[in-house]
Design a protein around this ligand. Structure first.
Ligand code: NAD
Length: 541
């Protein structure tokens, strides 16, 4: 199809389905969930043309029912990782030379498969493996992933259109070459869409990928690989290995063909990756592109003029949706003394109606946290706050791991604005409030800016326009995604490109042109139609 110019998809988000009682989509997802729950699936490694089922395996246990085994996944060894990298490099030339419209068509089909026939499967896998409620699964695994896959095609075409000027007898053009080697994608447990996007965005731009998903997102990662296969992605373009993250990483980072790292996860792991790349810098053919979106300590600041109900709702949704396991989850809150009683009462009222349980029981707003390590870490923070004279548990503070890793929505109140839980990422349903004297709201913004190493998201709630201007200016570098009169979470692809700076990452804004630009190495091509034949310039005469 060399004789046509293709139109790209519309810049439009996937519609979120409601899953109301007796709706078709609800019946579908419940049926799929129940059958997947009892299937005992075996997940392979995806290396080139092969699906490798290793002898060494680990079980997949739903966090809300951790004694139940729903399947197992393969544990790779070093030869699998090397083979996966070689498979990627073997198909590299073919994939790089695949016209962009054909690459786009594959990922567009993948998006359509997720929006349609795979929707209930990818949602059910996310509910089972990552303990998301149907709503949280729908906005992530279905809608956000579809949006990433579709909208990135639009952004790719916009990048390709950006060309230098051509003047007189000279033609100039930029060829947006994929990176020369392979890209290593390492993804977290908490978003199925991030798993799919971190490999697909680089692959869309013509790169070949080694993908290592989190041990706690493998069920939905398998569905993503099935979708890519069915969409016609040539085998070997995205190779998925699962197993020891350090083993996989060390092999990938010791390969001279490493051209990029596409990481989302915790700050410490990202710093380790960066350090290893620095140590190996003389090994690589390219300077590897390093893109990492990492931790957060996301804030809500309520100005004295704010509506208390807006503040408490932003806290409840911002801090407790998906059990606070969003990098953007609100976890430190600053409220004025004059509104504190009203806000506490609102919070108590709203939180008292929250129930926790299995995601297949649709009445629940929250389910379990991801694993035992996370549960223990969250419990330690709660107990630390309970036993400290600078803090008290205002709401919640209960937990139970008999069946699943359940932690109730917890609100800590502290008199120390730099209390541990105001600074460190907990990644659970725990939010800490500091009450400030109303007249100190400007000084409080300085506290907000200087309390944590992170700068991912933040919200300022106010009815006073001047205060909003002041906050925007004084919190300029405190958050990469800044929300006014809203919760600090829930970014939508194409609407709120996502990412933060400082210890929160390289701020390459997933789901935007800025991110895709990291996966190309442009070549300028100048062609002279009338090359000179003598060296002297006219002025020399
Ligand atoms: P994690 O850092 O534990 O794991 C992320 C990935 O890194 C996984 O694939 C894991 O297996 C791998 N990994 C772990 N240790 C490693 C090591 N030593 N070397 C190489 N790879 C290693 O993170 P997680 O628990 O899966 O996810 C939660 C974290 O991710 C939170 O800190 C959260 O803020 C962050 N996150 C950030 C964003 C963002 O956009 N900023 C989005 C989602 C999650």
């Amino acid at each position: 199809m060399k004789h046509s110019i293709f139109k790209v998809p519309e810049l439009k988000n996937e519609e979120i389905k409601g899953y109301l009682k007796n709706s078709d989509e609800r019946k579908d997802v419940v049926e799929t969930y129940n059958s997947m729950y009892n299937e005992n699936i075996k997940i392979p490694l995806y290396i080139g043309n092969e699906e490798v089922y290793t002898e060494e395996r680990k079980n997949i246990n739903p966090p809300h029912d951790h004694k139940k085994i729903v399947g197992s996944y393969s544990i790779c060894n070093s030869s699998h990782v090397k083979k996966a990298i070689n498979s990627a490099l073997t198909i590299k030339d073919q994939w790089t030379n695949t016209p962009w419209k054909e690459r786009a068509a594959i990922f567009l089909k993948a998006a359509e498969l997720i929006a349609g026939p795979y929707r209930s499967k990818i949602n059910a896998a996310t509910m089972i493996g990552q303990s998301k409620t149907i709503f949280q699964a729908e906005i992530d695994a279905a809608c956000e992933l579809v949006d990433f896959l579709k909208l990135n095609i639009v952004y790719m075409s916009e990048i390709y259109k950006e060309q230098p000027i051509t003047v007189g007898e000279v033609s100039n053009r930029l060829e947006y070459r994929p990176l020369e080697g392979f890209v290593y994608a390492i993804t977290p447990f908490n978003f199925t869409a991030i798993g799919g996007n971190l490999c697909a965005s680089a692959a869309l731009m013509g790169n070949v990928i080694l993908w290592k998903p989190s041990d706690h997102q493998i069920y939905s990662a398998k569905v993503i690989m099935d979708v890519f296969n069915e969409a016609g992605l040539p085998k070997g373009v995205i190779n998925m290995v699962t197993g020891d993250p350090v083993l996989v990483t060390d092999i990938a980072l010791n390969n001279s063909n490493l051209s990029g790292i596409h990481f989302t996860g915790s700050t410490n792991v990202f710093k380790q990756l960066w350090t290893k790349v620095g140590t190996n810098i003389n090994l690589y053919k390219d300077y590897p592109r390093i893109v990492g979106e990492t931790g957060g300590k996301d804030f809500i600041v309520s100005h004295p003029s704010a509506n208390s109900r807006v503040v408490s709702t932003a806290i409840v949704r911002g801090a407790f949706e998906y059990q606070g396991q969003k990098c953007s989850a609100a976890s430190r809150v600053y409220i004025p003394k004059s509104k504190s009683v009203e806000i506490f009462n609102n919070l108590k009222e709203q939180i008292s109606s929250i129930t926790l349980g299995s995601p297949i029981d649709f009445q629940h707003f929250m389910t379990a946290v991801i694993h035992k390590g996370s549960f223990d870490k969250i419990v330690n923070y709660i107990e630390h706050a309970r036993n400290n004279k600078e803090s008290e548990i205002l709401i919640g503070g209960d937990y139970n791991e008999d069946k699943g890793y359940f932690v109730s929505p917890t609100v800590i109140l502290t008199t120390n604005p730099k209390f541990t839980t105001m600074q460190e990422e907990i990644f659970g349903p725990v939010v800490t409030i500091y009450v400030y004297p109303d007249e100190n709201w400007k000084e409080t913004l300085t506290l907000v800016d200087q309390t944590s190493i992170y700068a991912l998201t933040g919200a300022f709630i106010s009815e006073d326009k001047e205060s909003v201007k002041y906050a925007l200016r004084h919190l300029r570098y405190s958050a990469g995604n800044f929300y006014i009169n809203d919760k600090p979470s829930g970014a939508v692809v194409g609407q709120q490109p996502f990412g933060g700076s400082r210890a929160s990452g390289t701020n390459d804004k997933a789901g935007s042109k800025l991110n895709l630009l990291r996966w190309v190495s442009p070549r300028l091509i100048k062609e002279n139609f009338n090359p000179p034949t003598e060296y002297p310039y006219p002025y020399m005469k």
